[in-house]
Design a protein around this ligand. Sequence first.
Ligand code: SAM
Ligand code: SF4
Ligand code: SF4
Length: 342
Amino acid sequence: MNPVLDAFARPLRSLRISVTDRCNLRCEYCMPQEDYVWLERSELLRFEEIAELARIFAAIGVEKIRLTGGEPLLRRDLDRLVSMLAGISGIRDLALTTNGLRLGQSAALLRQAGLRRITVSLDTLHPERFTALTRRSGHDRVILGIRAARGAGYEAVKINAVIVRGFNDDELAPLIEFGRQHGAEVRFIEYMDVGGATRWSSRQVFSAAEMLQSLSLRYGAIESAGHHDPAAPAQEYRLPDGLRFGIISSTTQPFCGSCDRARVTADGMFFRCLYAHSGTDLKRMLRAGTATAEIAAVIRSLWTERRDRGAEQRLAIGTRAPLFRVEELRANPHREMHTRGG
Ligand code: SAM
Ligand code: SF4
Ligand code: SF4
């Protein structure tokens, strides 16, 4: 199918669906505050509504869906949603990003329901660092979750690690070796100044260039291995022994030029960019009984007008402060990373 193209000829191919804004961790780089304004439960999309939107997106060219949050495994009976999405014609990839705490119980069930790939966020191998970063316990459960995912026969299990200078920049090689042992490719993510990261500072960004330098000191020459998919956020690399890993350099080398990703929040707001200032309420249309063809036309038209390249614009600012202040996030929780879906 010919996908709908935005103003810079970027297709709409991939959709991140946040299934909840709630989380059982409080990662410093995502949810550093004590209190949050949560979405009303009655406002959350029901599974049937999420599936309806997914069918509309698939009909206009979306091929890849990733479930996220908040912590998606907090959404009860998620396997039921997964099986609904797995059955949608045109969806060739169905993935999930999780903090892994509840993965031990649900990895096999979600796989049986049709989930194809899993990414687990694991920033450190030190339990005490995990507790300091996330302000919760459970490091051992995340490791168990990764093992359970490996045992459940997923097409791929990946590990995402946000690298923060002075916190875990000494764990690049240990995380790579952990990934090797567990059959999971590791992707290092630069610390981003997204909504929610109210304590972000450029000083804490450990850049892709620094990561490569540090890893080549340990392993020797590292080769670029291109991209699995030109629109995928991670740049792939190969160690001298052939092991692959990825770097998502959103902060210092953004990749907006090939970005094919849209987002829908747990309450049905459609965002064309992680950094977009406003979104469009698709739930209101669904609940008003708007015809699917009309909703599809609205999405098409919004995508056609899309000129977003948020991370590139942030980079161009030069000296930058966090994207939003706490009061701005409180005034509009849709600005939060845990609401928008990372
Ligand atoms: N709770 C799930 C998890 O942590 O995997 C899914 C949602 S979380 C918002 C998705 C991803 O965003 C995680 O891999 C997380 O590490 C990443 N993330 C959150 N805040 C970030 C930040 N300020 N910079 C870079 N990545 C961030
Ligand atoms: Fe951490 Fe993910 Fe929860 Fe954010 S949504 S606090 S990154 S576990
Ligand atoms: Fe895509 Fe926006 Fe992220 Fe750029 S900042 S890669 S346009 S979501």
